[in-house]
Design a protein around this ligand. Structure first.
Ligand SMILES: C[S@@+](CC[C@H](N)C(=O)[O-])C[C@H]1O[C@@H](n2cnc3c(N)ncnc32)[C@H](O)[C@@H]1O
Length: 450
């Protein structure tokens, strides 16, 4: 059955088609030589780079050359029509949705080649800012069925609800029948959620579902365009009871001028927690959490192994305390974060830890070199945009050691360049593959003043 293009587009993705000049479609045969940073194979076509999704190096393929690959006109994009001769690094994708679902980009690549490509993402980003010689630690891997947090999109049409991830390069939804990335407990809720949303959404309506697998059970936040009526609230409550969901909240985006409302808990049946270094913290609905426990462990281990023996540490973009809590077991920690509910949760849990907190917008108002002077180490872990302003301030500071965590190698490399230009030495980088089969890589970088 053909999947509908939703009217309400709940979760825009980075891979959306851009407005790009079109060229007449043209069928060609090309050989793929490498895989680019977004996971597409790259071939050469009429002196231009040709991006062919779902291919690996060595693939001889027939393609339909379609359009400029981006608005700047750097290269061309093609659709894969046929694999004439497979390259040596091809593998059978483990998921039946692979190729249409936008959740995964690289299931068709043999594992060793995939791992090498992930490391190459980090290496390439560093090389582009002149830091390509930085020693890289081995890649930390996250296994399948480990993702503990997912954001699904849902759409109701007539008597059917589509629920899953956006298709590749499209606003259409993949109606998930399986997902080898998610923890089984998260996937098990997909079908029951379809039943719930059938009765809660209006025809043609959609919402997002943020599902997090926590200690105590599953936490759901439904994000929709309007408020819920009483009958819908009651259905959410009975859904929680029937399927053992620990907490269900509704976030009505229309209430706020910026289109982002605050999640309102509708049913809270069981206590929820995530433990950092053995300390349970209760996340507010929708709070940031590292996507897998395995990824989080790798990031925390890299931070702790490289922080030295500081007396006072600043943890910037601290969230719920993923790094602040384990750090506070060996030093006095000042945790700075923009999200008030996350900080309140951390404060409530911190108890006897040597931990202070501060709510602050670190883009607009980064800690100054003067404020940084009281710390002998800084950890920072910004969102994908990176920490340009905070890194400028750090570059002008005397903090002896900085450990940067990032989910975006490109902004990490930009910020690393700023620190190195400010006199820091980047001694090593840890690549972490927390987002299995995606074109994302996580990074920890260790900086010190000589
Ligand atoms: C990648 S998360 C890291 C959180 C935490 N370190 C962890 O590992 O769980 C980035 C954090 O930055 C916070 N944040 C986003 N923009 C911010 C800003 N302008 N100022 C301060 N914090 C911000 C988010 O709320 C989020 O908690």
């Amino acid at each position: 059955m053909k999947r509908p293009a939703p009217k309400h587009r709940p979760s825009p993705r980075s891979g959306e088609p851009r407005t790009a000049p079109r060229v007449a479609p043209q069928v060609a045969e090309v050989t793929v030589t490498e895989v680019g940073a977004r996971g597409d194979g790259i071939a050469s076509f009429e002196d231009a780079k040709l991006f062919v999704p779902l291919t690996v190096p060595g693939d001889r393929v027939r393609v339909a050359v379609k359009e400029a690959a981006n608005a700047k006109g750097d290269g061309l994009r093609a659709d894969l029509l046929e694999i004439l001769e497979p390259g040596p690094g091809r593998a059978a994708p483990p998921c039946s949705h692979f190729g249409t679902c936008g959740g995964c980009t690289l299931q068709h690549m043999e594992d060793a080649a995939y791992a090498a490509w992930k490391v190459g993402l980090v290496q390439g980003a560093l090389a582009r800012v002149g830091l390509g010689d930085t020693p890289l630690e081995p890649l930390s891997r996250t296994p399948p069925a480990a993702r503990r947090r997912a954001r699904f999109a849902a759409l109701k049409r007539g008597r059917r609800v589509w629920l899953g991830f956006n298709e590749r390069m499209s606003h259409r939804l993949t109606d998930l029948a399986e997902c080898p990335v998610l923890r089984p407990g998260l996937f098990a809720l997909v079908e029951p959620l379809r039943g719930l949303l059938l009765s809660v959404l209006p025809d043609g309506g959609g919402c997002d579902v943020i599902a997090t697998d926590l200690e105590g059970g599953i936490d759901l936040v439904l994000v929709g365009p309007r408020s819920l009526d009483r009958a819908a609230r009651e259905r959410l409550v009975s859904f929680g009871e029937e399927f053992g969901v620990a907490r269900i909240s509704w976030q009505a985006d229309e209430r706020q001028p910026d289109g982002r409302g605050t999640p309102e808990p509708i049913a809270h049946r069981r206590p929820l927690a995530v433990s950092f270094a053995g300390l349970p913290v209760t996340p507010p609905p929708g709070a940031f959490l590292q996507a897998s426990a395995e990824g989080e462990s790798a990031l925390v281990a890299a931070v702790l192994a490289n922080i030295g023996e500081p007396k006072r540490v600043a943890d910037l973009f601290a969230g719920l305390g993923t790094f602040a809590v384990p750090l506070a077991q060996r030093a006095a920690v000042h945790a700075v974060e923009g999200d008030a509910p996350a900080l309140a949760a951390l404060n409530k849990a911190a108890g006897a830890l040597r931990l202070t907190t501060e709510r602050r917008d670190l883009f607009e108002n980064p800690l100054t070199a003067k404020e940084l002077a009281r710390f002998d180490a800084v950890v920072f872990d910004p969102p994908r945009a990176g920490a340009a302003a905070q890194t400028q301030a750090l570059a002008g500071s005397k903090v002896p050691r900085v450990v940067a965590v990032s989910c975006n190698p490109a902004t990490f490399a930009r910020d690393a360049r700023t620190l190195v230009d400010g006199g820091y030495v980047l001694s090593r980088v840890y690549p972490v593959d927390q987002f299995l089969w995606s074109a994302h890589a996580e990074v920890v970088g260790v900086f010190s003043r000589p």
